[in-house]
Write a protein that binds this ligand. Structure first.
Ligand code: IYR
Length: 229
């Protein structure tokens, strides 16, 4: 493709795009293959301490950062924690909040809904996993003159980026868990984040522990989740 091929739309440069497409048989094969692969993904709470090259983490975050976002503002920051000292601080603060959540804040119905997953306030994975990725959303930006500029569809955009990230982690043969200690403000403090960032999701990343068990739960079937009109 000639990379110099462009047009101007209202004075803005639009470059030529060519989406690679496939014949129907290949399209069927590829769509099924990705489904079969992602259908093997599980949320994992038992991690091995085995290290992962930082380049892998960088590739995972580059992949997450390809997600679409409102007005292409890319309103996210991915903080990567390898430091044992910071992981310890995060675990201590998260467990403190979680103990309050499990004992006071969560309703009986909520606790009952979680019973079959076997979760509790103890979060050893926050120290065991070789990396923690803490995703921050940026509801607004501050320019060099201190003026605020809003971002758009921030939750949707950052949620999409997290989806891409989780798929990329699974694709690399690693495991993760969408951990949402609540409230999450302690993460902003420990990581010294600027005022325009709010913690969105915490993902431990690593290999799964040698002998791992997961709850025997099922995905909803296609006829339940898809309605064809
Ligand atoms: N945030 C708590 C509780 C929790 C809530 C839901 I909804 C889950 O699907 C799993 C856990 C925790 O991390 O334990």
């Amino acid at each position: 493709m000639n990379t110099n091929d462009f047009i101007l739309v209202d004075g803005f440069k639009h470059i030529r795009h060519i989406q690679e497409s496939f014949d129907e048989q290949e399209m069927l094969r590829k769509s099924k293959s990705l489904y079969n692969n992602l259908n093997k993904r599980r949320s994992i709470r038992d991690f091995s301490e085995k290290d992962i090259p930082i380049e892998v983490i960088e590739n995972l975050i580059k992949t997450a950062s390809t997600a679409p976002s409102g007005a292409n503002k890319q309103p996210w920051t991915f903080c990567v924690v390898k430091s044992a000292e910071i992981k310890k601080k995060i675990r201590f603060a998260a467990e403190e909040e979680e103990r309050k959540s499990y004992s006071e804040r969560m309703s009986d119905e909520w606790l009952n809904d979680l019973k079959h997953l076997g979760t509790d306030a103890n979060k050893p994975f926050l120290e065991k996993a070789p990396y923690l990725i803490i995703v921050f959303k940026r509801p607004y930006e501050i320019d060099s003159e201190g003026k605020k500029h809003q971002n758009y569809y921030v939750n949707e955009s950052v949620g999409l980026a997290c989806g891409f990230l989780i798929s990329a982690i699974h694709n690399a043969g690693l495991v993760t868990l969408t951990h949402t200690p609540s409230p999450m403000r302690f993460l902003e403090k420990i990581l010294n984040r600027p005022n325009n960032e709010r913690a969105f999701l915490l993902l431990p990343v690593g290999y799964e522990a040698e002998k791992t068990y997961v709850p025997d739960i099922k995905r909803k079937s296609l006829d339940v989740v898809m309605k064809l009109y």
